[in-house]
Design a protein around this ligand. Structure first.
Ligand code: DOR
Length: 443
């Protein structure tokens, strides 16, 4: 099967070019304005931009075990609609992904249910060091240094030292200091004001845990990725950490702050918590400065009924995977960044950090994971149009300029938007991602 995407502005590793892209099977076969070959399918993309598909390295898709909130079929459709062609999913499902068997089981499920490409982290416990040492078919190890949704937690120094010392896979962590969070929670016990969440999970909690994790990584010479940075204070730590350290920020930590509790209540209750307007600004600047290099969503759906429980019972987490690219394209239309930067943050850097080969860039021979976007299209995010199973968005009612309108996964078109309607092709599933793990390669 050959598809020609003609006359797009294509975001190549060296910059934008008006050209055409030939897909043959699952790969990019040519990038040439004058392709002369018989094809099965021609897409006239004049006026559109063609980007490498987004790689979201932090999502919670809830399968198995929590499928009343989300499942792989809904979540991967949401990905396709949002221009996300690959995801890396977190281990706090039921059962937790803390054994090779549980990880293999998830891979098997995804093989028959996920429209887009998939990978799954192996979760750390205080007892599964042998599993972590020998884990296969995974991008890396996830540690909850502070607890969040679910019961995964590794807080003891000895256990952390052992994981950083004895394993070779890259490590990423949820960094909020458990002791600080527990002490704060006691201080605010009895309060039903959701805004208190940002005082329980405060700046100090994030700083202490990120400092502790980076110290472990540097001492043990271990590649380490700081998930969902939420404070300005952590930026210095990341910058000082050197080449072993990478970091990401989520749209909600860039776009929401404590003022938004008034309007959105528990819909913006997240771990790490949302912080201040100043943190929003400094985190954005850290992206522009290249200290933080990845944008990921931490897509963490809960049902609206669960979210409406009074604080503190309402769970932490919000869905974002189908709107993250559009939220960033809108920043381009506001003149706040360039399309090349968005491609770096959402495609090429996640591919580099996790050693995902042949993805994250548009180059001959790479996988044809592609997203066509209309930078002039204005659309409003509406709960009733969400593909995520929980069917709500904290950005409900927000108009954005710039939207994905078509998505290819391994050369197969899985999504297109026609006159405002989403169309999906479920005839082929995504592929298991392969990793050249930095840890294994370098040590
Ligand atoms: O707010 C959050 N929700 N943060 C996390 O780290 C986990 C997530 C979830 O799984 O619900």
């Amino acid at each position: 099967m050959k598809t020609l995407i003609k006359n797009a502005t294509v975001i190549l590793p060296g910059g934008a070019a008006e050209t055409s892209v030939l897909i043959e099977g699952s790969s990019i076969a040519a990038i040439d304005v004058a392709v002369q070959t018989a094809v099965d399918n021609v897409i006239d993309a004049t006026g559109m931009h063609l980007l490498p598909g987004v790689i979201d390295d932090q999502v919670h898709f809830r399968e198995p075990g929590l499928t009343h909130k989300e499942d792989l079929a809904h979540a991967s459709r949401a990905c396709a609609k949002g221009g996300v062609t690959s995801f890396l999913e977190m281990p706090n499902t039921l059962p937790n992904t803390v054994t090779q068997t549980a990880l293999n089981e998830k891979l098997k499920l995804a093989g028959s249910r996920s429209l887009v490409n998939y990978g799954f982290y192996i979760g750390a416990t205080t007892e599964n060091i042998e599993v972590l040492k020998h884990a296969e078919r995974t991008p890396g190890i996830k540690i909850f240094i502070g607890s969040s949704t679910g019961d995964l937690l590794v807080d003891e120094q000895d256990a952390l030292e052992k994981i950083f010392a004895d394993t070779t896979l890259p490590i990423c962590a949820h960094c909020e200091d458990e002791t600080t969070v527990r002490a704060n929670a006691e201080k605010f016990a009895g309060s039903t004001d959701v805004a208190v969440h940002s005082r329980v999970r405060d700046h100090q909690a994030a700083f202490i845990a990120t400092q502790r994790a980076i110290d472990l990584a540097v001492r043990h010479n271990h590649p380490f990725h700081v998930l969902h940075v939420s404070t300005a204070d952590e930026i210095e730590l990341i910058a000082a950490g050197g080449d072993l350290i990478s970091a990401e920020v989520c749209p909600h930590h860039l776009l929401f702050n404590i003022d938004d509790y008034k309007r959105l209540g528990s819909l913006v209750k997240m771990n790490p918590s949302i912080k201040t307007r100043l943190d929003n600004e400094k985190l954005w600047q850290a992206l522009l400065d290249g200290v933080i290099t990845v944008i990921a969503t931490d897509h963490a759906p809960h049902t609206i009924e669960e979210k409406q429980l009074p604080y503190p019972a309402c769970p932490s987490g919000l869905p974002a995977v189908e709107n993250s690219l559009a939220l960033m394209l809108d920043r381009i239309s506001q003149g706040l960044c360039t399309i090349e930067q968005v491609v770096k943050w959402m495609s090429s850097e996640p591919a580099r950090v996790w050693g995902i080969q042949n993805k994250g860039k548009i180059e001959v021979g790479c996988d044809a994971d592609l997203t066509l976007v209309d930078m002039t299209l204005k659309q409003v995010i509406l709960n009733e149009k969400q593909e995520t199973k929980c069917r709500w968005s904290p950005w409900h009612g927000t108009e954005l300029t710039g939207w994905p309108i078509a998505t290819w996964v391994m050369g197969h078109q899985v999504f297109r938007q026609l006159e405002g309607q989403s169309e999906f092709d479920h005839s082929r599933m995504g592929h298991e991602l392969r990793f050249v793990n930095r840890g294994l390669r370098d040590r």
